[in-house]
Design a protein around this ligand. Structure first.
Ligand code: BJW
Ligand code: ZN
Length: 257
């Protein structure tokens, strides 16, 4: 995008946001890329030579739970060393403008949005910071401290697994319903840093669009969602979102003053 194209797109996006009563954000791994968290499809979907589907699926868990815990412990250790970036902070700032009329639906499991101060967050794929007991089902917040190779449930000594939605597993009904309500009811959907290839998350884009929402995409490149987007802001989200926030401030200032 040239500077001029970007400026026009930012103006356009800020104008839409300005008149939006409800805003929904769908975020993906790209938002955390500038914090130093690897995206999924950048490395051909591989982790140390294993396909992501093999370490993030019920079959992978059944075959080799130690390998799965090694994968998640490495991810947890990495996230413990990183911080939210200006993209996360800009999303948290946006929420302050709309309050409870703002919903952040994130596919990310790193918890960086919450760390940046976002409040109304739906972590539809779970969290690296939580475990779930495979026997009693209890979900616990564990932070990012090391958990060892095969942690046990403090209540029933059952085997714990990461509280993450793996390929082929359904999403939590209540969380997914809330995400659908947000997408169905928003005037603007911001789609940030996601390849929009994983379902059902990606279906939030057509859902919002069918209800007449304006779709603004923020990404390094065009994606599967681009053809549904009214406005594209192509560049790093840690740069684009603060620029958008600044424009929004200018729009508000010029409209009120
Ligand atoms: C930047 C940037 C910067 C970079 N600034 N941008 C056909 C076959 C098999 C399965 C299916 C199928 N069709 C549909 C399915 C179902 C499957 C699915 O969608 N698969 C697709 C891959 C085809 N979905 C499921 O299985 C879901 N469950 C389900 O559907 O239940 C019903 C069901 C039950 C039983 C049977 C069948 C169906 C569950 C999906 C759960 C997804 N889980 C994962 C892994 C979690 C593991 C973990 O994190 O530990 O979640 S998959 C992985 O992808 C992860 C992510 O949340 C998710 C989305 O990825 P995301 O965030 O978009 O990241 P990337 O890497 O793809 O993209 C990054 C983007 O950022 C890029 O666009 C970059 O350009 C951009 N970027 N730097 C801005 N600085
Ligand atoms: Zn238990």
């Amino acid at each position: 995008m040239t500077d001029e194209e970007l400026n026009t797109a930012l103006d356009h996006a800020a104008r839409w946001l300005r008149v939006s009563k409800r805003v929904c954000v769908l975020s993906g791994a790209g938002v955390s890329a500038e914090s130093g968290v690897a995206t999924f499809r950048a490395s051909n979907g591989l982790w140390e030579g294993h396909r992501i589907e093999d370490v993030a699926s019920p079959d992978g868990w059944d075959r080799n739970p130690n390998l799965v815990w090694n994968f998640y412990n490495a991810r947890r250790a990495n996230v413990a060393t990183v911080k939210p970036n200006p993209g996360h902070h800009a999303i948290a700032e946006l929420e302050k403008r709309w309050g409870d009329r703002f919903t952040l639906v994130t596919q990310n499991v790193d918890g960086l949005h919450l760390e940046a101060g976002s409040v109304n967050v739906l972590e539809i794929h779970g969290s690296l910071r939580q475990t779930r007991c495979t026997v009693c089902g209890s979900v616990e917040n564990r932070g990012l401290d090391p958990l060892g190779e095969m942690p046990e449930c403090p209540q029933c000594h059952g085997v714990l697994r990461p509280h993450i939605v793996w390929f082929g597993e359904g999403l939590d009904d209540d969380i997914w319903s809330a995400a659908m309500v947000a997408a169905n009811g928003c005037d603007t959907l911001l789609v940030v840093g996601t390849s929009a290839v994983v379902y059902p998350a990606a279906s939030l884009v057509p859902i919002a669009r069918r209800k007449g929402a304006t779709v603004i995409e923020v990404n390094m490149t065009r994606t599967e969602a681009s053809s549904s987007a009214d406005i594209g802001l192509y560049g790093p989200s840690g740069v684009m979102l603060p620029k958008l926030l600044q424009k929004l401030g200018e729009t508000v200032a010029s409209a009120t003053g």
